[in-house]
Every structure is written in C-alpha cells, then in structure tokens.
Design a protein around this ligand. Structure first.
Ligand code: NAG
Ligand code: NAG
Ligand code: NAG
Length: 471
C-alpha cells in the first residue's frame, strides 16, 4: 500500500503539470496504481487523462473524445447526458474536465450539479438531502434515521425521519412539542393515542399493500401515542412541524420520564407499591420488542380499552385508498388538509403526487415552504428564488428537499418508463398553490403577449384551470 501510494505521488505531479508527456509505460503504471491496489482510487478517465497531458491517442479513437460534450445542440436547458461515462463539468463551450478526483457516483446522480443548465444563476443554497447520507441509529427491533435543520438548513418548518420496526416491535409511548404526520412506506402497524379530554384512539395502518395507496396519520402536538408493527413489520416516513426537531426536549419518552423521577413519587402517582416498579427501564429503549404478538391486522378493536369518555371526535388516520384522485393530463394528486378532508391535521397539509413517465408537475409556487420526499422514480426540479437566481436539482428515492416559501418550481419525471411518486408537505392548515399557466390564461391576453413576445392566439391556448400535472 505504501509503495503504491508513493509511486502515485511520484508520477502524478509530472502528469498533472503537463511538463512531461508520460510514456506509454508510465501511463500504464499510473493506471495500475490507480485502478488496482486501492478500490477508492479510480483510473483517470479519458477527459482527465487528456487534461493531465497524458497522451491517449494510442489508447482510444477521437470519436470517443467528442462524446464527452454532454449536450446535443441546441442547448435548451436539457439534462446533461454523459452516456454512461463519468460526468464532467462540461456543457457546450463552457467548463473543463475534472483535473483531480471527484465522487463519480454522486456526480452521476446529480448531473445538474456537474453541468447545470445555463438558465441556473446566482447563489441558491442546497435544497436537497438524501436520507442515505443520514446517520442510522440501530436498535433492537428496528432503526431510525432523520433529516433535521442541521442536515438541510433551509427547511425551517419541517424535519423528517424514516422509522423501521421489526414484526411486532413497538415505538415506545411518547409525545412531542410539535405535530407528527406519518406516511406508511411499507408493512402494517397499529397506532394508539389519547386526546386532551381523555378520549382514546386505536387504529391499524398499512403501506401500499394489495395494490392500494397507503394510510397516513396525524398526531397533534403533545398528544401521547405509540406505534406497533404487526406481523409484516413496518416502515414509516415521519414528518414533524419544526425543522429544528432535535432541540432539547422535543421528544418526551414515557420510560425516560419515569426513570428521571424519584421512584417513591412514581409509586404514589400510580397508587402502587414501590416494589412493583423494580423492573421499570432505567434508560428509554426508543424501540422495543413485544413479549406477546398483538391481534393481527384488522383486529385493533380487540385491544381497545373501554373508554368512559368515548373516542376522539376526528380520526387520526386518513386512508389514501378511499380518496378520489385529482387527475391531470400527466398524472394525478391526492391532497389532504384540515380544511378539506383531514380535520385533525391542522398543522400539516399534504399531497401524494403521481407523475407519469416524462410528465411534469406544472410551474407553480406556494404560500408556505414545501417539503418533499421522493418515494419512487427519478425527478428534476429548478428552484427559482427571485432576483435572477435559480438552481436545478436531480432526485432519487429517499431524497428529501425543500422549496422555500414563494420559490417558483416544477417537478419533472426524468424517466421515460417509470412513474415518479413523491410527497409534498406544508406546515399549513390548507393546501395552497398558484399555477403560472392559470395566471397567464386569466390575464388580459395582450399583457401576456407583449411581455413574452408570443402571438395572442398562442396565449389563448393556455389553460384556465390548474393542470397540476402536464403530460
Ligand atoms: C414491501 O416489502 C416487501 C418485502 O420486503 C417488498 O417485497 C415490497 O416490494 C415492499 N414494497 C414497497 C412499496 O416498498
Ligand atoms: C391484503 O389482502 C390479504 C388477502 O385478502 C388480507 O389478508 C390482508 O389483510 C390485506 N392487507 C391489507 C393491509 O389490507
Ligand atoms: C410493599 O411491598 C413489600 C414487598 O412485597 C412489602 O414488604 C410491603 O409491606 C409493601 N408495602 C405496602 C405499604 O403494602
């Protein structure tokens, strides 16, 4: 290893400085060092070898070099296409190859970072975070990983977590200062809670099983709750109505509370002998396994405790499978908020969006920060920040993102074959958006024609109704 590295250090400066044209022999040695002994080092790509002054003509024909240009003219802002080769920061006449290392896997997932459309301008902060970059906390019975404001600083309204529970495992009894909203990514589970009047709630939740859309749920701030996986296990996307979710004391765990309270007080509180409490946990488990499997899916009522005060007036679970789709030319949405159909969810409004191959969520903006989560497929979006600033991002499953309040944006499905499915979340009681096309269609035609320099009869074709998703 040491020998390989020192050879690398001896040879690379010459190649990079371009002072010495490497002989085919040296070239071969560099390649071996970079390729062979240490898998974290990768061979110089054609472009980087060329830039480093390494003669390549004897290795590859000229046509291959020409393919390095990622754009087939005209450049109308299309996504750069590197034809399966390592992306290079080159677009048309602009840019140059990487002269040093880069993380080519990340580059390949983010061609709009490497060779952005020329329409991108100004300084727009990073607006995306992949859950795959989050630390995963492994526990007996599951795991959890989160995206908070420290990961994605522009997301001030919303933080998120992915939570996995093994079959029958519990997320222990707890409450938060903030609202919690959940989307069932897979599996089956059971939630239970009480409201501030002592009315109880228990219900089963399921992921996209049996070809149906999954359930979502909502717990208001401070409503104490627990979640148990059923026999398939459970994975949930959790949303919290505060980007700074990790601030001290945001989650209150019952077992943690009791462990931090004098035992005689706990005993007096519950009216039991102190000796009964000998085995209460001294540290909150966060996730724990069950000792007896619960009644199966669909049998939540078998576990319900008779509540003299009755059950909560407005259900905490919303069945997306019971909701009508709002269909557009290129896909559909299902929108949920407390004003329209999900009464209890007064702090979170949401939309499940399905975009057909090549379809696009139309140009629009919102009156709140939009937080996104990619469930499946691949997408591309440009965030317009006003003041001549915009930035384009590429998305994969498990990506979270935020479009701050008022930013104009779209979301395009970049796959010609796979649907793009994602969630839009807002810290709001009502889902609100403005459609650019609807706006222009409802303005005096001449106003739009004069501004955009397009004929009146074209402006008249603009749709007066929100299309939501265009084909
Ligand atoms: C749910 O999990 C099962 C078992 O691992 C898997 O076959 C299925 O594809 C998953 N469904 C989704 C929507 O991820
Ligand atoms: C899926 O269908 C099977 C067979 O009909 C049923 O037993 C199961 O409960 C269903 N699962 C959900 C989550 O509805
Ligand atoms: C509490 O339990 C202990 C051990 O079982 C017993 O010795 C004691 O008398 C009990 N105290 C009361 C007040 O019942």
């Amino acid at each position: 290893m040491l020998a390989s590295l020192s050879l690398l250090y001896v040879l690379l400066p010459f190649a990079i400085a371009g002072l010495v044209r490497a002989s085919p022999i040296h070239d071969e040695q560099v390649r071996e060092v970079l390729a062979g002994r240490d898998s974290s080092l990768r061979p110089l790509t054609l472009g980087r070898r060329e830039a480093a002054g390494v003669q390549t003509r004897h290795l590859r024909p000229m046509e291959v070099m020409l393919k390095r240009d990622s754009i087939t003219p005209p450049d109308v802002g299309q996504i750069a296409n590197f034809d399966g080769q390592d992306p290079e920061p080159i677009r048309g006449d602009a840019g140059a190859t990487f002269l040093s290392n880069s993380n080519h896997e990340i580059d390949a997932q983010n061609p709009d970072n490497v060779a952005a459309p020329t329409t991108d301008a100004g300084t727009v902060p990073n607006l995306k975070w992949s859950m795959s970059l989050s630390h995963t906390r492994l526990l007996k019975g599951g795991w959890v990983r989160e995206q908070a404001i420290t990961d994605l600083p522009p997301s001030k309204d919303i933080a998120a977590a992915e939570l996995r529970l093994a079959p029958n495992a519990y997320r222990e009894l707890h409450w938060h200062r903030v609202a919690e909203w959940g989307y069932i990514l897979n599996g089956t589970g059971r939630i239970s809670a009480i409201d501030d009047s002592g009315r109880s709630y228990i219900a089963d939740i399921h992921g996209p099983t049996n070809g149906t859309d999954p359930d979502i749920y909502y717990f208001p701030p401070d409503v104490p709750h627990s979640i148990q996986a059923l026999d398939e296990g459970l994975e949930i996307l959790l949303i919290f109505s505060d980007g700074n979710f990790d601030a001290t004391g945001t989650t209150f765990m019952l077992s943690d509370w009791l462990a931090r309270t004098p035992l005689e007080i706990v005993a007096q509180n519950f009216g039991v002998n102190v000796s009964v409490l000998a085995n209460i946990p001294q540290k909150d488990p966060y996730i724990l396994e069950s000792t007896v499997p619960p009644p199966p899916f669909g049998h939540a009522q078998d576990q319900a405790i008779q509540d003299p005060l009755g059950t909560v007036p407005s259900p905490y679970v919303f069945h997306l499978s019971d909701q009508e789709k709002k269909v557009g030319p290129g896909g559909w949405v299902k929108i949920q908020d407390s004003v329209t159909n999900f009464g209890v969810s007064s702090l979170i409004a949401s939309a499940l969006v399905y975009i057909e191959p090549n379809g696009m969520r139309e140009l629009h903006w919102h009156t709140n920060d939009e937080w996104l989560y990619i469930i499946s497929g691949t997408g591309r979006a440009t965030a317009f920040a006003g003041s001549s600033s915009s930035r384009t991002f590429d998305f994969q499953p498990g990506d979270t993102a935020v479009f701050p309040t008022s930013y104009g944006h779209y979301m395009k499905n970049t796959s010609p074959t796979e649907p793009l499915i994602f969630l839009e979340l807002f810290k709001a009681s009502k889902y609100v958006d403005f459609s650019a096309t609807q706006w222009l269609a409802l303005m005096p035609t001449q106003v739009v024609a004069d501004l955009l320099g397009i004929p009146n009869d074209i402006v008249e074709t603009f749709k007066k109704e929100k299309q939501i998703i265009v084909a």
